[in-house]
Ligand binder design. Structure first.
Ligand SMILES: [Zn+2]
Length: 243
Protein backbone atom coordinates (compact mmCIF):
# COMPACT_ATOMS: atom_id res chain seq x y z
CA UNK A 1 0.00 0.00 0.00
CA UNK A 2 1.17 3.52 -0.72
CA UNK A 3 2.09 5.67 2.24
CA UNK A 4 -0.47 8.15 3.48
CA UNK A 5 0.35 11.69 2.38
CA UNK A 6 0.97 13.60 5.63
CA UNK A 7 -0.55 17.02 4.94
CA UNK A 8 0.03 18.16 8.56
CA UNK A 9 3.80 18.03 7.86
CA UNK A 10 3.83 20.86 5.36
CA UNK A 11 1.07 22.89 7.03
CA UNK A 12 0.14 22.26 10.66
CA UNK A 13 -2.71 24.79 10.42
CA UNK A 14 -4.75 22.62 8.02
CA UNK A 15 -7.88 21.37 9.78
CA UNK A 16 -9.60 19.45 6.96
CA UNK A 17 -8.98 17.82 3.62
CA UNK A 18 -10.75 15.74 1.01
CA UNK A 19 -9.35 12.22 0.89
CA UNK A 20 -10.06 8.74 -0.41
CA UNK A 21 -10.41 5.66 1.78
CA UNK A 22 -7.35 3.51 1.04
CA UNK A 23 -8.14 0.56 3.31
CA UNK A 24 -10.04 -0.35 6.43
CA UNK A 25 -9.78 -3.18 8.92
CA UNK A 26 -10.42 -3.88 12.60
CA UNK A 27 -7.74 -1.36 13.59
CA UNK A 28 -9.27 1.53 11.69
CA UNK A 29 -9.36 3.49 8.45
CA UNK A 30 -6.43 4.42 6.19
CA UNK A 31 -6.73 7.37 3.83
CA UNK A 32 -4.61 8.33 0.81
CA UNK A 33 -3.90 11.69 2.51
CA UNK A 34 -4.70 13.14 5.91
CA UNK A 35 -4.58 16.16 8.21
CA UNK A 36 -4.82 13.85 11.28
CA UNK A 37 -1.56 13.74 13.31
CA UNK A 38 -0.82 10.23 14.65
CA UNK A 39 0.34 9.77 18.25
CA UNK A 40 4.10 10.23 18.25
CA UNK A 41 6.98 12.17 19.73
CA UNK A 42 4.92 12.50 22.90
CA UNK A 43 2.12 14.37 21.11
CA UNK A 44 -1.38 12.86 21.35
CA UNK A 45 -3.10 11.64 18.18
CA UNK A 46 -5.85 13.76 16.66
CA UNK A 47 -9.58 13.27 17.07
CA UNK A 48 -12.17 14.45 14.61
CA UNK A 49 -14.63 13.17 12.03
CA UNK A 50 -15.06 11.96 8.47
CA UNK A 51 -17.98 13.45 6.59
CA UNK A 52 -19.17 10.89 4.03
CA UNK A 53 -20.61 11.70 0.60
CA UNK A 54 -24.18 11.12 1.86
CA UNK A 55 -23.63 13.62 4.70
CA UNK A 56 -23.33 11.05 7.49
CA UNK A 57 -20.47 11.55 9.95
CA UNK A 58 -18.01 8.95 11.25
CA UNK A 59 -16.41 10.01 14.54
CA UNK A 60 -12.66 9.41 14.84
CA UNK A 61 -11.52 8.88 18.44
CA UNK A 62 -7.74 8.65 17.90
CA UNK A 63 -5.00 8.47 15.29
CA UNK A 64 -2.12 6.00 15.51
CA UNK A 65 0.85 4.79 13.51
CA UNK A 66 0.17 1.42 11.90
CA UNK A 67 2.67 -1.46 11.69
CA UNK A 68 4.07 -0.45 8.29
CA UNK A 69 6.31 2.62 7.88
CA UNK A 70 4.26 5.70 6.97
CA UNK A 71 1.04 3.92 7.91
CA UNK A 72 -1.55 6.15 9.62
CA UNK A 73 -4.63 4.54 11.17
CA UNK A 74 -7.72 6.63 12.00
CA UNK A 75 -9.41 4.83 14.90
CA UNK A 76 -13.22 5.17 14.84
CA UNK A 77 -15.11 5.82 18.06
CA UNK A 78 -16.91 2.67 19.29
CA UNK A 79 -20.49 1.90 18.28
CA UNK A 80 -20.39 3.00 14.63
CA UNK A 81 -20.54 -0.48 13.03
CA UNK A 82 -23.40 0.42 10.66
CA UNK A 83 -21.52 3.40 9.29
CA UNK A 84 -18.24 1.46 8.98
CA UNK A 85 -20.02 -1.32 7.09
CA UNK A 86 -20.93 1.22 4.42
CA UNK A 87 -17.37 2.48 4.06
CA UNK A 88 -15.25 1.01 1.26
CA UNK A 89 -11.89 1.70 -0.39
CA UNK A 90 -12.08 4.44 -3.00
CA UNK A 91 -14.84 6.38 -1.26
CA UNK A 92 -14.29 10.10 -0.82
CA UNK A 93 -14.54 11.62 2.64
CA UNK A 94 -14.04 15.08 4.11
CA UNK A 95 -11.57 14.45 6.95
CA UNK A 96 -11.78 17.10 9.65
CA UNK A 97 -9.82 17.24 12.92
CA UNK A 98 -11.00 18.63 16.25
CA UNK A 99 -9.18 21.90 15.58
CA UNK A 100 -9.57 23.38 19.07
CA UNK A 101 -7.99 20.29 20.64
CA UNK A 102 -5.16 20.23 18.08
CA UNK A 103 -4.54 23.93 18.66
CA UNK A 104 -3.87 23.18 22.31
CA UNK A 105 -1.49 20.34 21.34
CA UNK A 106 0.43 22.74 19.09
CA UNK A 107 0.69 25.47 21.72
CA UNK A 108 1.82 22.96 24.37
CA UNK A 109 4.25 21.21 22.04
CA UNK A 110 6.03 24.45 21.18
CA UNK A 111 6.00 25.35 24.89
CA UNK A 112 7.81 22.09 25.72
CA UNK A 113 10.59 23.16 23.36
CA UNK A 114 10.84 26.44 25.28
CA UNK A 115 11.17 24.41 28.49
CA UNK A 116 14.01 22.46 26.87
CA UNK A 117 15.78 25.73 26.22
CA UNK A 118 15.31 26.78 29.87
CA UNK A 119 16.41 23.44 31.34
CA UNK A 120 19.70 22.38 29.73
CA UNK A 121 19.44 18.68 30.48
CA UNK A 122 18.51 15.66 28.35
CA UNK A 123 14.83 14.76 28.10
CA UNK A 124 13.87 11.14 28.81
CA UNK A 125 10.10 11.38 28.52
CA UNK A 126 7.45 13.64 27.08
CA UNK A 127 3.65 13.75 26.92
CA UNK A 128 1.58 16.43 25.20
CA UNK A 129 -2.19 16.44 25.63
CA UNK A 130 -4.93 19.08 25.29
CA UNK A 131 -4.95 19.74 29.05
CA UNK A 132 -1.30 19.59 30.06
CA UNK A 133 2.18 18.80 28.83
CA UNK A 134 4.93 17.16 30.81
CA UNK A 135 8.63 16.69 30.28
CA UNK A 136 10.94 14.41 32.24
CA UNK A 137 14.46 15.78 32.50
CA UNK A 138 17.43 13.54 33.24
CA UNK A 139 18.92 15.54 36.14
CA UNK A 140 19.12 15.65 39.91
CA UNK A 141 19.44 19.39 40.53
CA UNK A 142 16.35 21.12 41.93
CA UNK A 143 14.21 23.26 39.62
CA UNK A 144 12.65 26.58 40.59
CA UNK A 145 9.04 27.02 39.46
CA UNK A 146 9.14 30.82 39.51
CA UNK A 147 12.32 30.93 37.42
CA UNK A 148 10.76 28.60 34.84
CA UNK A 149 7.50 30.60 34.77
CA UNK A 150 9.40 33.83 34.23
CA UNK A 151 11.46 32.22 31.46
CA UNK A 152 8.39 30.83 29.70
CA UNK A 153 6.59 34.19 29.91
CA UNK A 154 9.64 35.97 28.50
CA UNK A 155 10.10 33.57 25.56
CA UNK A 156 6.37 33.76 24.71
CA UNK A 157 6.30 37.56 24.85
CA UNK A 158 9.47 37.83 22.75
CA UNK A 159 7.47 36.34 19.84
CA UNK A 160 10.15 34.08 18.34
CA UNK A 161 9.51 32.65 14.87
CA UNK A 162 9.03 28.86 14.83
CA UNK A 163 9.70 26.79 11.72
CA UNK A 164 10.59 23.32 10.59
CA UNK A 165 13.43 22.54 8.25
CA UNK A 166 15.50 19.61 7.12
CA UNK A 167 19.14 19.10 7.99
CA UNK A 168 21.45 16.38 6.69
CA UNK A 169 22.37 13.45 8.92
CA UNK A 170 25.99 14.59 8.58
CA UNK A 171 25.05 17.99 10.02
CA UNK A 172 23.17 16.27 12.84
CA UNK A 173 26.15 14.02 13.61
CA UNK A 174 28.38 17.09 13.75
CA UNK A 175 26.06 18.62 16.38
CA UNK A 176 25.17 15.80 18.82
CA UNK A 177 23.80 18.40 21.23
CA UNK A 178 20.86 18.81 18.87
CA UNK A 179 19.40 15.54 20.02
CA UNK A 180 17.80 16.57 23.30
CA UNK A 181 15.64 13.54 23.81
CA UNK A 182 17.24 10.36 25.14
CA UNK A 183 14.21 8.13 24.54
CA UNK A 184 13.29 9.31 21.08
CA UNK A 185 16.07 9.32 18.53
CA UNK A 186 15.25 10.89 15.17
CA UNK A 187 14.49 8.44 12.37
CA UNK A 188 17.69 7.58 10.48
CA UNK A 189 18.54 6.28 7.07
CA UNK A 190 16.69 8.89 5.02
CA UNK A 191 19.78 11.09 4.65
CA UNK A 192 18.05 14.00 6.33
CA UNK A 193 16.30 14.76 9.60
CA UNK A 194 13.45 17.16 10.30
CA UNK A 195 14.30 19.73 12.97
CA UNK A 196 12.09 22.24 14.72
CA UNK A 197 13.81 25.59 15.11
CA UNK A 198 12.64 28.35 17.43
CA UNK A 199 14.79 31.18 16.15
CA UNK A 200 17.36 32.25 18.71
CA UNK A 201 16.02 29.81 21.31
CA UNK A 202 16.13 26.10 20.48
CA UNK A 203 16.62 23.61 17.67
CA UNK A 204 16.02 19.87 17.92
CA UNK A 205 14.78 16.98 15.81
CA UNK A 206 10.98 16.87 16.02
CA UNK A 207 8.16 15.72 13.77
CA UNK A 208 5.30 17.17 15.82
CA UNK A 209 2.91 20.01 14.98
CA UNK A 210 3.74 23.51 16.21
CA UNK A 211 2.49 27.08 16.27
CA UNK A 212 4.30 29.50 13.91
CA UNK A 213 5.36 31.98 16.58
CA UNK A 214 5.95 31.60 20.32
CA UNK A 215 3.44 34.45 20.92
CA UNK A 216 0.68 32.05 19.81
CA UNK A 217 1.38 29.83 22.84
CA UNK A 218 -0.27 32.33 25.17
CA UNK A 219 0.13 32.22 28.93
CA UNK A 220 1.50 28.89 30.18
CA UNK A 221 2.57 28.11 33.72
CA UNK A 222 4.38 25.31 35.51
CA UNK A 223 1.70 23.48 37.50
CA UNK A 224 3.93 20.84 39.07
CA UNK A 225 7.57 19.88 39.55
CA UNK A 226 8.09 16.33 40.72
CA UNK A 227 11.11 14.25 41.62
CA UNK A 228 10.22 11.02 39.81
CA UNK A 229 13.49 9.27 40.60
CA UNK A 230 17.04 10.07 41.68
CA UNK A 231 17.86 11.22 38.16
CA UNK A 232 14.46 12.38 36.86
CA UNK A 233 12.72 15.72 37.41
CA UNK A 234 9.22 15.95 35.89
CA UNK A 235 7.88 19.36 34.88
CA UNK A 236 4.15 19.72 34.12
CA UNK A 237 2.78 22.84 32.42
CA UNK A 238 -0.77 24.05 31.85
CA UNK A 239 -2.51 27.03 30.31
CA UNK A 240 -2.87 29.95 32.67
CA UNK A 241 -6.50 30.48 31.55
CA UNK A 242 -8.83 27.76 30.31
CA UNK A 243 -8.93 29.01 26.72
ZN1 LIG B 1 8.88 18.33 19.74
Amino acid sequence: MNQTEELFRADATLTECMASVAALDERGVRLDRTVFYPLGGGQAGDRGEFELADGSVLLIADTRRGPAPGDIVHVPAVGQEDLLARLAPGQRVLARIDAARRGRHMRFHTATHLLCALVPHPVDGCSITADYARLDFHMNEPLDREVLNAGLARLVSEAHVVHQRWISEAELDANPGLVRSMSVQPPRGLGRVRVLEIEGVDMQPCGGTHVANTAEIGAVVVTKIEKKSAMTRRVVIGFAESN
